[in-house]
Design a protein around this ligand. Structure first.
Ligand code: GDP
Ligand code: MN
Length: 361
């Protein structure tokens, strides 16, 4: 005879699994159908406002040359671009290499984190439009600046960010694809909940500073712009390549997860300040997906193991289904991401990684 305990555990297990998988799948499918045609924002008769491009650097000697060359190869009048490099006392040749170019170099004597450096640069930027970009990233489309300026020409749009592709697509392409679909869907509805430091363009008048107590300076900046009831869009024509670390991949993913967790924990507190109803829902779902959903998986695993130890047949079947599903790379990446998010929440309690060691890329 099956004991009541087993029945209760089984029902709980199945409910948890259904929720854990169901919500993200539902959210993804919903977003997939939402994609708005942004064509209307692209007109070719644009003016060329002055754009300040800020590159924060800490020990980027390997990347900085390519980064500046990449910006200079953009189709945008050179006299309308101001490149500002803000360096936090790199111990390598970053500044030496950058000084060969027509680039404004701001030096900080002490390393106080990326957001702090961005604020210093922002205070010294002349452009009405600002683009921040990480030194280890590359913009695929040569019209990236122009497209973002076009979008920002619209009164309702306050910020524009890229979608991401990795150089080494092997590692997490399936996950990236799902992720990008969601970013584009959210943008179509109102605003993306996550913005990328590889390309984040915004109107300076709506953002005076980056939060220095938080790792996800980019996403939080985007969020602050939406609090002005302006849209922040991820645009599919603007694609960024980023380097994936060769060593320290695990640490890298955990750090990024930590930053997202910090961001959504703060964003949810602003919930009442969000005026757009749809964006409210987006933040709520994303908060759930980043902070709560991973624990449902962990809990299911514990309950599952307990039932397996009792030789419960249904749990054995579920376990076999679980093992088979691991053939799919998307599933494996998904599970790994949940693990990173759980570790991130725990690690945030004692080390927020606002200043971090760069992984070797
Ligand atoms: P990841 O993209 O999350 O792996 O982070 P990165 O280590 O690539 O850092 C993103 C960008 O911020 C890079 O251009 C770094 O050089 C830069 N960066 C990181 N920490 C600091 C800092 O303390 N000061 C400055 N100025 N830049 C920083
Ligand atoms: Mn990077």
């Amino acid at each position: 005879m099956i004991s009541t305990l087993i029945v209760i555990l089984l029902i709980t297990l199945i409910t948890l699994i259904t929720l854990h998988i169901g919500l993200p799948i539902f959210y993804y499918l919903y977003m997939k159908n939402k994609e708005e045609d942004f064509e209307k924002y692209i007109n070719n008769e644009i003016s060329y406002p002055l754009v300040s491009i800020i590159i924060p650097t800490y020990n980027e000697e390997k990347n900085i040359k390519d980064k500046i060359d990449d910006i200079l190869s953009q189709n945008y009048p050179k006299d309308k671009i101001e490149i500002i490099l803000v360096d936090s006392n790199s111990t390598d040749k970053t500044v030496e290499i950058a000084s060969k170019y027509n680039v404004k170099i701001l030096k900080q004597e002490k390393r106080m984190g990326k957001a702090n450096a961005l604020n210093y640069a922002l205070a010294n930027a002349k452009g009405e439009i600002i683009i921040i970009t990480d030194a280890d990233s590359k913009w695929v489309n040569k019209d990236a600046i122009k497209i973002s300026v076009n979008f920002l020409n619209n009164k309702k749009i306050g910020a524009v960010t890229c979608i991401k592709k990795q150089y080494d697509e092997k590692i997490e392409k399936s996950y990236r694809d799902l992720y990008n679909v969601i970013r584009l869907g959210e943008s179509s509805i109102f605003s993306t909940s996550i913005a990328h430091g590889e390309f984040f363009a915004f109107k300076k008048e709506y953002l005076t500073n980056f939060d220095e107590n938080m790792g996800a300076d980019d996403s939080y900046a985007s969020h602050k712009i939406t609090l002005n009831n302006l849209r922040s869009l991820a645009v599919k024509e603007i694609i960024c390549n980023e380097l994936v670390p060769k060593k320290g991949y695990f640490h890298w993913r955990v750090r990024r997860a930590q930053h997202l967790v910090q961001y959504f924990s703060v964003a949810i507190k602003d919930y009442k300040k969000i005026r757009n109803k749809d964006y409210k829902k987006i933040i709520l779902v994303e908060y759930f997906l980043h902070l709560i959903n991973p624990w449902l998986l962990l809990l299911s695993i514990f309950i599952g193991i307990y039932l397996l130890l009792l030789h419960n047949l249904i749990s054995i079947i579920l376990f076999i289904i679980f093992l088979v599903s691991l053939i799919s790379k998307t599933v494996r990446t998904w599970i790994l991401t949940q693990i990173f998010l759980i570790i991130a929440q725990i690690k945030n309690l004692y080390n927020k990684e606002i200043i971090w060691e760069k992984e070797e890329k």
